[in-house]
Write a protein that binds this ligand. Structure first.
Ligand code: ATP
Ligand code: MG
Ligand code: MG
Length: 587
């Protein structure tokens, strides 16, 4: 058989490797621990960890925690969980803050080399110095020409708390004063800040030790160098920052000019943009916490969201996300997609993988008048008729069964091929067809019971419907609450709604979560629960996905997974619809 194609050894990623084909490939995934990860981060995780794995290298998880006050413990744990859930184990877990001492020493070294200066300009003055239509030509400020000794002293004064936020910055002496064409035209090189003073300076790991904090531009490339990163893969917004990345590494001898041989090499891939949902942390927080408006979702892991915790809770297999990311392709181009395209990809993934069961969303009781009370046929049912290897299980066919309300009509119609008075229909996995003789309704005009016949004398008709038998011996049916999700917003472009003054609220679809409180599942569910995840999913073997790894296809209904609200002790089962069986299906 042909070798399976390794997506990390194709196309753009292969090119990146070939630019620096080292034996010890080392990458990193560097999230800021200030929120939950979303579907876009699944791309960053897959690219960084997958690339390292394919080239027999290592990938670190680096918490980029240079911003005091923003970080919360829950985000650290959730980020690591998501990396593990996607099937990756960091070679090391690092924190940018672990290197604060070393970063500070290098900042002093930069000053000693005449490549850093303490600037006291206001934000407006800095802007003016950078030039432009309003400000005229670029110019340097009075602080640009201070002596090394003076800068060193003033930088230490910054460190020691002499200044308030905004009163002093350590700036890198890049190309602001240069008349060079090319590099000097890049604003990322107009003497950007390396360190700034923070008034609210409590850091969750270093406490009040630091009153100054390094910027992204100063920290990121140096932490890459400290960790021995060979390929620093990031998103395209950082492409214009690449010269600044190299500038600092060269200024401190971590890299040679115009060469990627020594030190880390930054390369940029296109972001993953998903249309049809909200990914911004701030906006999701509004949905979760509510503002002046009540919350609209159950939490950060509400299955209608596209955070990774939400996708996991919904039951999406981690392998489906990785496949989605790789199928879209890793190139420099931005990968623009939509939630329904992701859902379609998840559907295809599940179709080939998960076992199948019968589940009745909205049951109607059917009683067979021509069968004795203790009638029992044990049916041997395959978990997947198209895949014999998945095996079979036994379900009881009995005098009382339940079918879905959708599969019954009080009045027959020639175009309707399921159950109606006087009409017969086939049952999936049962021996004979059934036919409706009469039905009864309750005071609210709802059909509550169907009387029917079962037997070989009936014509099977054109359709076969699903059902669940009633037998105490088989623990059938299993009751469940089923939650069906639709897009949270009526608009397909919720980012364009009015988020400033709360207008988004009117666009929330009240039907985005439909609950079926009285659904019934056949007894094969117990076997699936015991054997979850089935099939095995990398990243779930260690119980990471917990309940949501219990997945199946409900025949003729949808794909489902067990929700975290389920409770083993009380026997409460809650299911989430992962995706529908077909696009635009109401179920
Ligand atoms: P957001 O702006 O959505 O809060 P972020 O970029 O601030 O996200 P970080 O935690 O700083 O999030 O990102 C960690 C890594 O994930 C970075 O390397 C970043 O480039 C990458 N990343 C973030 N969003 C996406 C995305 N949509 N597609 C691909 N990679 C992404
Ligand atoms: Mg960020
Ligand atoms: Mg961002």
């Amino acid at each position: 058989a042909a070798e399976p194609v390794d997506p990390f050894k194709q196309g753009w990623l292969k090119g990146v490797y070939n630019e620096k084909p080292v034996a010890d490939v080392q990458t990193r995934f560097p999230p800021e621990p200030n929120g939950y990860l979303h579907i876009g981060h699944a791309k960053a995780i897959t690219v960084n960890f997958g690339f390292a794995r394919s080239y027999a290298g290592r990938c670190n998880l680096r918490y980029d925690d240079t911003n005091p006050a923003k970080e919360e413990e829950q985000f650290f744990t959730a980020i690591k969980d998501m990396v593990n859930w996607l099937g990756f184990e960091p070679a090391r877990i690092t924190h940018s803050s672990d290197d604060f001492d070393r970063l500070y020493d290098l900042a002093e070294e930069l000053v000693r080399r005449g490549k850093g200066y303490v600037c006291h300009c206001s934000a407006a003055e800095v802007k003016r110095g950078r030039g432009g239509p309003e400000h005229g030509p670029r110019s340097v400020c009075k602080d640009w020409s201070r002596t090394v000794e003076d800068n060193l002293q003033d930088f230490r004064a910054m460190r020691d708390g002499k200044y308030k936020a905004g009163e002093a910055h350590l700036r890198m002496k890049q190309y602001l004063g240069s008349k060079l064409k090319g590099l000097a035209e890049n604003p990322a090189l107009w003497d950007v800040a390396a360190y700034r003073v923070k008034d609210e300076n409590y850091h969750h790991r270093t406490g009040h030790k630091w009153k100054i904090y390094p910027t992204y531009e100063f920290t990121h490339c140096l932490c890459d160098a400290f960790e021995g990163i060979s390929h620093s893969l990031c998103t395209v917004e950082f492409e214009t920052l690449r010269p600044a990345y190299n500038w600092l590494l060269e200024a401190l001898d971590f890299k040679q000019p115009a060469s990627d041989e020594k030190g880390p090499m930054q390369r940029e891939y296109g972001r993953l943009n998903v249309e049809g949902t909200i990914l911004s942390k701030r906006r999701i927080a509004m949905l979760v916490e509510g503002t002046t408006i009540p919350p609209v979702v159950r939490g950060w892991d509400d299955p209608r969201l596209y955070t990774l915790v939400a996708l996991r809770r919904r039951g999406v297999p981690p392998g489906a996300l990785k496949k989605f990311v790789l199928d879209l392709g890793v190139t420099k181009a931005i990968a623009n997609t939509a939630t329904h395209t992701l859902d379609a990809s998840i559907r295809t993934y599940l179709e080939r993988t998960v076992p199948r069961l019968m589940l009745v969303l909205d049951p109607i009781k059917v009683v067979f008048e021509n069968l004795p009370d203790d009638y029992l046929e044990e049916r041997e049912v395959p978990f997947d008729p198209k895949d014999k290897e998945k095996g079979t299980h036994k379900v009881p066919f009995t005098k009382v069964i339940y079918i879905d309300r959708d599969d019954f009509r009080e009045e027959d119609d020639p175009d309707f091929f399921r159950l109606a008075p006087g009409k017969s229909v086939g049952l999936l996995h049962a021996e004979h067809p059934i036919s409706c003789t009469s039905f009864t309704k309750d005071s609210s005009n709802k059909v509550v019971e169907i009387k029917a016949e079962y037997g070989s004398h009936l014509s099977p008709g054109k359709a076969r419907i699903h059902w669940v038998g009633q037998s105490a011996a088989y623990h059938s049916p299993i009751k469940a609450e089923v939650r069906i999700f639709h897009p949270l917003f009526k608009s397909s472009k919720p980012n364009e709604l009015d988020w400033k003054s709360g207008g988004y609220y009117d666009n929330v679809d009240p039907k985005s979560e439909i609950v079926h409180p009285d659904a019934m599942i056949e007894c094969g569910f117990e076997y699936i629960k015991k054997n979850a995840p089935w099939p095995k999913e990398e990243g779930e073997a260690n119980g990471m996905a917990a309940k949501s790894s219990v997945r199946f296809q409900g025949l003729r209904t949808a794909f489902f997974a067990m929700d975290s609200d389920s409770d083993e002790a009380s026997g409460k089962v809650v299911l989430n619809r992962i995706v529908s069986l077909k696009e635009d299906s109401g179920k």
